[in-house]
Design a protein around this ligand. Structure first.
Ligand code: PLP
Length: 237
């Protein structure tokens, strides 16, 4: 078994254990494999180990991989999620190629994504990104802006509002991780009450997946624990 296959098994076990620790069903937590900067061969190994949902941060790199796997038998049934910061001038590529976008944080981007979504594709699944640690440098809206943006996004014809996403500031203390993720879950539960199609709370990465799951995450985005450390020196996008 390859390292990536072994890593995937380990991550799945960690997810299952974290879910069981808080009396949740492991199947409630989807594993998104974050493959940014990693080559197609690494993704192919993950596919061979049964992984089908992948997250990419850089638009052109993601589109290249989507197109590569679209032509290969092992690429059937893959689901691609855009999880990076999105600039207006790149929105068309996301609308035309991805199944999900986790980083909607302003109406202007949502409008463009909806306008640019091809008619023959299903609606683009979107998550609203929350700047839960209220960091100046981070993308995402503050929670007080959520009701208005959610209402506007939910009304767009070619988008399906599925929930919320957050990348909290790095924090090593488990209780503090839990408190931050708990705020996200409160907002998520409220959103679900209003919009029945909302079912996804995207939070938790390699270093904080356990607290995220304990706080109610339904989708963890894991890169390093599956593919190893990233090397950005060759990244051009
Ligand atoms: C890179 C990235 C991840 C994966 O992080 P790891 O710590 O490598 O698991 C998850 N979410 C987003 C938005 C990312 O940019």
């Amino acid at each position: 078994m390859s390292t990536i296959q072994q890593n995937l098994q380990d991550v799945r076990s960690r997810i299952a254990a974290a879910a069981q620790d808080c009396a949740r069903i492991p199947e409630e937590v989807t594993l998104l494999a974050v493959s940014k900067t990693k080559p197609a061969e690494a993704i192919a190994q993950a596919i061979a180990a049964g992984q089908h949902a992948f997250g990419e941060n850089y638009v052109q790199e993601g589109v290249d991989k989507i197109q590569y796997f679209a032509q290969r038998p092992e690429g059937a049934g893959l689901e691609w999620h855009f999880i990076g910061p999105l600039q207006s001038n790149k929105s068309r590529l996301v609308a035309e190629h991805f199944a999900w976008c986790h980083t909607v944080d302003r109406l202007r981007i949502a409008l463009r994504l909806s306008d640019q979504r091809p008619a023959e594709m299903p609606p683009l699944n979107v998550l609203i990104q929350i700047n839960i640690s209220d960091e100046q440098s981070k993308s995402g809206i503050v929670l007080s802006e959520l009701p208005a943006l959610a209402e506007a996004v939910a009304a767009l014809p070619n988008l399906c509002l599925r929930g919320l996403m957050a990348i909290p500031a790095p924090e090593h203390d488990y209780q503090r991780q839990l408190a931050t993720f708990g705020q996200m879950n409160d907002a998520f539960q409220e959103l679900k009450q209003r919009y029945p199609q909302v079912d996804t709370l995207s939070m938790g990465m390699t270093d904080d997946m356990q607290a995220a799951i304990a706080a109610g995450s339904t989708m963890v985005r894991i890169g390093t624990a599956i593919f190893g450390a990233r090397d950005y020196s060759h990244t051009t996008v």
